[in-house]
Design a protein around this ligand. Structure first.
Ligand code: OGA
Ligand code: NI
Length: 374
């Protein structure tokens, strides 16, 4: 660490040379030694974690997320479990999944290898940096580092999972066990995703369970969809009250399966309050994305959530994002639309989402809002 650079950071003396440092990520910044959050990462007061402004950010410590027992879905209590899923998706769009059957060592391996990836020298990690939103392997920082005026306190590694034979050789070759651990984890989460979407379609009354083939068109499309593994790293932050790991957002796809380590940070916005999603050992957090809200014509909710950072602990989370095939049109299921329940969203597709994300339209308005029919 050079004393000169660190002094520039300490005094918030942010000039162009600092800007290029910020582009290298939060981990890199922390490795240079900082005791204050640079201005670039300081969010306006109403957006800060403890602000009481606007949509009342007071937290609600008593609210607990629904817990869905995956074993019950597979067993004789299935209809009861389907009812619980329906309630969870209608009310929260979020639930904790327990007894999910992913082997403990598969979970431990992906967390462990992710930590080791972010501990690699910057030169090694930076080989995977790309500003192309469509690149199958992307190491980066903030939310959208090409566009964000204020940065968030997060670095990430995004790995596209299909077609596997094409993308696998592009995934990082270091740490040496990364590809195997991610491959294994992605197969486990894909299987869970399939079981959960089947259950979700059933809970919406769209799965004909008397039909043995169980191959309705919707399910076929959901099955052939895309999967993206996002490894999030939120380094310990000297002034966590000034910044955010991720700003309030909803996930764009169908379903997200999130593995968080033992450090808390994820919050959902529920009835105008922020609720912390407590890390529950051996569970996964599952949430509905924009595509599923649209598909369900608003019956199921894609909830706004954000991530806070921690003063002493670095946090790792691994999100498995599942969407429709890249070229599919997303629309409310015709079977869920009728006179009493008119169509509430316009058609959309992946490409429009990417265009929206890289455009300079108001950040306050979410992609989902832009798809609503008024
Ligand atoms: C995300 C996300 C939450 C977390 O990656 O979209 O919301 O806890 N992550 O990292
Ligand atoms: Ni998210």
């Amino acid at each position: 660490m050079s004393a000169g650079t660190s002094l520039a950071v300490e005094t918030n003396g942010e000039n162009e040379s600092m800007e290029s440092e910020f582009q290298k990520g939060v981990k890199h910044l922390c490795e240079r030694g900082i005791t204050k959050v640079p201005t670039k990462y300081i969010w306006p007061i109403p957006d800060q974690p403890n602000s009481g402004n606007g949509n009342s950010s007071a937290s609600n410590p008593n609210l607990k997320l629904p817990i869905i027992d995956f074993a019950k879905l597979q067993g004789s209590n299935r209809s009861q479990a389907i009812n619980s899923i329906r309630n969870a998706c209608e009310k929260f769009g979020f639930f904790q999944l327990v007894n999910h059957d992913i082997p403990k060592d598969a979970i431990e391996s992906i967390i462990d290898v992710s930590k080791r990836f972010f501990e690699l020298p910057f030169e090694e990690r930076s080989k995977y940096m790309s500003t192309d939103m469509r690149s199958p392997v992307r190491y980066g920082t903030s939310s959208n580092q090409n566009k964000d005026d204020i940065f968030c306190w997060r670095d990430f590694l995004k790995l596209s999972c299909q077609p596997l034979s094409d993308v696998l050789p592009l995934w990082p070759s270091s740490p040496v066990d990364l590809r195997q651990a991610v491959l294994n984890y992605s197969k486990n989460t894909k299987y869970l995703y399939l079981m959960l979407t089947e259950a979700i379609l059933e809970s919406l009354g769209l799965m004909d369970i008397t039909n043995n083939e169980n191959e309705n068109d919707e399910f076929r499309e959901f099955k052939d969809g895309s999967q993206l593994i996002v490894v999030n790293c939120y380094p310990a932050c000297p002034e966590p009250d000034l910044t955010l790991g991720l700003p309030p957002h909803s996930d764009y796809g169908l379903l997200t399966l999130l593995l968080q380590d033992e450090v808390q940070g994820l919050q959902i916005q529920y009835e105008g309050r922020w609720v912390t999603v407590e890390p529950l050992p051996d569970s996964l957090v599952v949430n509905i994305g924009d595509h599923l809200e649209i598909f369900s014509n608003g019956k199921y909710r894609s909830l706004i959530h954000r991530v806070l950072v921690n003063p002493s602990k670095s946090r790792i989370s691994i999100a498995s994002l599942h969407s429709l095939p890249f070229n599919s049109v997303v629309q409310p299921s015709p079977k869920l639309i009728n006179e009493d329940n008119p169509r509430r969203y316009m058609d959309t597709d992946f490409a429009s989402f990417l265009d929206y994300s890289s455009s300079s339209e108001s950040k306050r308005k979410s992609f989902l809002e832009s798809r609503k029919l008024s």
